[in-house]
Write a protein that binds this ligand. Structure first.
Ligand code: NDP
Length: 281
């Protein structure tokens, strides 16, 4: 049976084996998918050992996405821009790298939430691996603007600079700021994406509710109980709120399609997963 795995540290929390096993059941694909906690200094050796033992591909999560991009011998333009990779496919002598995080977010926002991105003003908070993975795919949806705001402004500037050429070709006003820059505090946005790990760290973002719009959307890439405070903050101020669970399922579906050539159905899997991790249960 074809074998896949998700590698990370920590990894106990990962829902990827549950999601990928459900996709395999729903598409009639025979595969096994496991999770492995990798010692911090052993990512490359662990992936090569898995590949040599016959593994067909893997997902990669914190803190190894940058190392995964370096391991790939061929990769997509998304990986080149993000400099981070969450999916590897072992293809003969090659290791192909893809980043499905942004594809997952865009699919969740556009298809699952029915939120059109074209022509919108977007605030992207964070400049870590998640923000790097989603910026390129968001730009290709041709919003009016994407302003990247990060606690450490240098990282936001570097991220926006790497995407400057894509932003120009898509006609998007892409800029970088410190998180509490006056320009951020004095504007409102159709879509506010929290791609920082503030929710993971149980910290509130130091931004006022004036960045939200009544008919807009606020999305935290975190999910489960940790995302509730951000979502409640948005809902309290009249803005629709969404967590990152749909992105999680959609990015997994894009990985599955890369490996198996079949796009799995996601709606039932998302509903079942939401019931499984609902804070009310
Ligand atoms: P990284 O560690 O790479 O980056 C963390 C980012 O968050 C940095 O920009 C950091 O700023 C910022 N940050 C951390 N704490 C705070 C805070 N208290 N206030 C403001 N900014 C803060 O993490 P990732 O980018 O990989 O992950 C970010 C989030 O996205 C996590 O919650 C993760 O769970 C989620 N995620 C969800 C996915 C999904 O499928 N739904 C997929 C991938 C990630 P600075 O640079 O100043 O340190």
């Amino acid at each position: 049976m074809d074998s896949y795995c998700v590698f990370g540290h920590p990894i106990e929390h990962s829902k990827s084996p549950w999601i990928q096993t459900r996709f395999a059941e729903l598409t009639g694909q025979k595969l096994q998918y496991e999770k492995t906690k990798v010692p911090l200094d052993a990512f490359s050796a662990t992936v090569h050992a898995f590949r040599n033992a016959g593994g067909k591909g893997c997902n990669v999560t914190l803190p190894f996405k940058t190392e995964a991009a370096a391991l790939a011998t061929q990769y997509s333009p998304r990986v080149a821009l993000a400099q981070a990779c969450n999916t590897l496919k072992f293809d003969g002598e090659h290791i192909y790298g893809e980043n499905t995080d942004g594809l997952g977010l865009v699919t969740d926002l556009v298809r699952n939430a029915g939120f059109k991105l074209q022509g919108r003003r977007i605030l992207l908070i964070g400049a870590g691996g998640a923000a790097a993975g989603v910026l390129g795919p968001l730009l290709t949806e041709k919003p009016l603007s994407i302003w990247v705001a990060n606690r450490s402004v240098d990282k936001a500037i570097q991220l926006a600079a790497r995407h400057a050429s894509l932003a120009a070709s898509e006609g998007v006003d892409c800029r970088a700021f410190g998180l509490t820059h006056e320009a951020i505090l004095s504007h409102s946005f159709d879509l506010v994406i929290n791609a920082s790990s503030s929710s993971l760290n149980n910290a509130a973002l130091p931004i006022p509710a004036s960045v939200l719009q009544a008919n807009g959307l606020a999305c935290d890439l975190m999910y489960g109980p940790a995302a509730q405070a951000f979502m409640e903050w948005a809902l309290t101020h009249g803005t629709e709120a969404r967590d990152g669970l749909g992105m999680l399922v959609e990015q997994a579906a894009a990985s599955f399609q890369l490996w198996r050539g079949v796009l799995p159905p996601t709606q039932q899997v998302l509903a079942d997963l939401r019931a499984l991790i609902s804070p009310s249960q």
